[in-house]
Design a protein around this ligand. Structure first.
Ligand SMILES: [Zn+2]
Ligand SMILES: [Zn+2]
Length: 262
């Protein structure tokens, strides 16, 4: 493919946004929750494999020494943990149905969900910020290597599907109308487009930063997989064979798509 890089970046970001709307629709039409659980297994495989087998090798090939790359990876993982702790960058997942249970003494979930400041705003803002970061990561990966760009786009889509479905479920549980929830989720997913274009514009002038951004992408994928998705999988009781198979399929897709040209 010889499309200009910026076109590919925009396509990758838009694809992520489209698929997140698709994920929201899955929830809207009430498909079995088990399906969402299976996408979590698949996503976990993709994220772990993209970070360890694709991004980090690329970072080392691109010239960072192991003694530069791994401390940055460590800092990235701790940084995402800290951001999530302060709710700037968050990934809430699906069936928990309550965005922040620790805030809530009364778990009947009916009385306080009609206000906008009950967590739904922080979901949309946090989600928009997160999507912006995702766009930035997509841009960095494309600048390193278009192949890596598409692999990173795949990993981002993989974790957006359960995440967006979860956001959507929370907004509906908060009493939002479907059309309104769909609209605002769509708006927040457009933030990735801004991230992609701004990232391309800025990093093209500072290519030496690309490996650092890719290390942070690996950190975010590892953090989401280990801190967010795998705890959900630990609670799964049914279809363990399918979960294992889908996890392996996620890893296999990354392995077979990462036959590097260099
Ligand atoms: Zn994301
Ligand atoms: Zn979202």
């Amino acid at each position: 493919m010889t499309l200009p890089l910026l076109t590919q970046i925009v396509a990758g970001c838009l694809l992520g946004g489209l698929l997140s709307v698709f994920a929201a629709a899955l929830v809207m039409f009430g498909l079995p929750r088990r399906w969402l659980g299976y996408t979590v297994s698949f996503s976990t495989g993709i994220l772990l494999a993209t970070a360890t087998l694709h991004l980090m090798p690329e970072v080392l090939e691109a010239g960072l020494t192991p003694h530069e790359a791994f401390p940055l990876l460590l800092a990235g993982i701790l940084g995402f943990f800290a951001l999530e702790k302060f709710a700037l960058w968050r990934h809430a997942h699906g069936n928990d149905a309550h965005p922040d249970a620790s805030h809530c003494e009364d778990h009947t979930h009916s009385h306080h969900h009609m206000r906008l400041d009950d967590g739904t705003l922080s979901i949309l803002v946090g989600d928009g910020f997160h999507n912006f970061t995702d766009g930035l990561l997509i841009a960095a990966a494309f600048l390193a290597d278009p192949k890596l760009g598409w692999a990173t786009t795949l990993a981002i889509i993989a974790h957006e599907v359960p995440q967006e479905a979860g956001d959507f479920a929370i907004l509906l549980a908060a009493g939002w109308q479907r059309a309104r929830a769909l609209f605002w989720n769509g708006v927040s997913s457009l933030a990735s487009l801004f991230g992609g274009v701004i990232g391309y514009w800025a990093l093209e002038r500072a290519l030496e930063w690309v490996p650092h951004i890719l290390t942070l992408a690996a950190a975010s994928f590892l953090y989401i997989a280990v801190a967010d998705l795998m705890p959900r999988l630990k609670r799964e009781q049914q279809g363990l064979g399918w979960h294992g198979l889908l996890l392996a399929a996620g890893i296999a897709i990354v392995v077979f798509s990462s036959t590097h040209s260099h």
